[in-house]
Design a protein around this ligand. Structure first.
Ligand code: ADP
Length: 275
C-alpha cells in the first residue's frame, strides 16, 4: 500500500512528501474505515454539506489504494442508460458503448456518484445489485451481466441538509452502504487546509477560518447556504494574488452567499471583527 499524503496537525503523523498524492487532511479514522470497506468490498456513503472535503477524500483514497477513479455528478435528468451505456449508430450498424458505471465495473475502479439523491429513483435502483454482495451489473439492452472486477467499489455522496423535505434516499438504498459522516473542519484544521490550498500566511488563514465559523452560525438568521471550505479557499487564493482581505471576502464569500441587504451588512461587520 502506498503512503499517505495526509498532512497532519501537531502531534499527528508528519506529512509524507509525494508530489502526485492529492492533499487530504483527515478528521478522524475515515481513512482506516474506508480501507477496510475496500478490502471487504463494502459500498460507502459519504454524508455531509457541500464543499467540506468529500470529493477530495475520494480522490485521496483512490490514489492511496492505487485504483482508477470514475466520478459521476448526479442530476435529475440522469438516466440508467447514462450510467450503463447505449447503442450508437455508426454508418450502417449499431455499436454498444459502455457508460461510466459499466467502465468502472469492468476496470475495477472506484466509482463515485456525487449527490446521488439528485438522480431519479429508477436510476438509483441500478446500483442495488452492485452495492451488495452480488457485485453484478445486469445490462438489459445487451443481455450481458457484468461481474465487478476486483477493486471495484461504489462510493456515493449526499448532503442531508439540502432539500431535506424534497429528496431522500430510500431505506432500501441507504442500507446497502457503510455511512461516513463529514462536516466542516474545526478551526485549526480548516486554517491548515486554507494555508495548504492557497499559500497564504497562517494568521490570515486563521482569520478566514474564524470568519467562516461565524458565518455558519448565521444560518439561524436566515442565511440559506453557509460558506463551505471551498469558498474560504477561493477568498484565500485572491488574497495570495494580492487582493485586499476585505475585498476578497466580499467577492468570494459574501456576494456568492446572499443578495439580502441586511444579511450582507451583518456579514461585512463580521469581516471587520475577524481580521
Ligand atoms: P465536497 O465534495 O464535500 O463538496 P470538496 O472535496 O470538493 O467538497 O472540497 C472542497 C475543497 O475544500 C477541496 O477542493 C479542498 O481544497 C478543500 N478541502 C476540504 N476539506 C479538505 C480536507 N480535509 N483536506 C484537504 N482539502 C480539503
Amino acid at each position: 500500500m502506498r503512503g499517505g499524503a495526509a498532512l497532519a496537525l501537531d502531534g499527528q503523523a508528519p506529512v509524507e512528501a509525494d508530489a502526485e498524492a492529492p492533499f487530504y487532511l483527515p478528521y478522524g479514522n475515515e481513512v482506516a474505515v474506508f480501507e477496510q470497506c475496500h478490502a471487504r468490498r463494502l459500498a460507502v456513503l459519504l454524508k455531509g454539506p457541500t464543499g467540506c472535503g468529500k470529493t477530495r477524500f475520494v480522490e485521496y483514497m483512490a490514489w492511496r489504494l492505487g485504483r482508477p477513479l470514475v466520478t459521476i455528478a448526479c442530476h435529475d435528468d440522469l438516466t440508467a442508460n447514462d450510467l450503463i451505456g447505449r447503442f450508437l449508430i455508426r454508418h450502417d450498424s449499431t455499436v454498444w458503448q459502455d457508460g461510466p458505471l459499466t467502465r468502472a465495473v469492468r476496470e475495477g475502479a472506484l466509482c463515485y456518484l456525487d449527490e446521488v439523491v439528485e438522480a431519479r429513483q429508477d436510476t438509483v435502483v441500478v446500483l442495488h445489485p452492485l452495492a451488495d454482495h452480488r457485485r453484478l451489473l445486469p445490462i438489459d439492452k445487451t443481455g450481458e451481466t457484468v461481474a465487478a472486477a476486483p477493486g471495484f467499489q461504489l462510493v456515493v455522496s449526499y448532503n442531508p441538509g439540502y432539500q431535506r423535505m424534497l429528496k431522500e434516499l430510500k431505506p432500501s438504498t441507504r442500507q446497502r452502504f457503510v455511512a461516513l459522516e463529514f462536516d466542516f473542519p474545526e478551526l485549526e484544521r480548516e486554517a491548515a487546509i486554507i494555508v495548504r490550498e492557497s499559500g497564504i500566511d497562517r494568521a490570515t488563514a486563521h482569520g478566514l477560518a474564524l470568519f467562516g465559523k461565524r458565518l455558519r452560525a448565521l444560518d439561524q438568521q436566515g442565511l440559506a447556504e453557509v460558506p463551505s471550505t471551498r469558498l474560504l479557499i477561493a477568498a484565500a487564493q485572491l488574497v495570495a494574488g494580492g487582493i485586499a482581505i476585505a475585498i476578497a471576502c466580499q467577492v468570494a464569500i459574501i456576494a456568492p452567499l446572499s443578495d439580502d441587504a441586511a444579511l450582507v451588512g451583518a456579514m461585512q461587520d463580521l469581516v471587520a471583527a475577524s481580521f
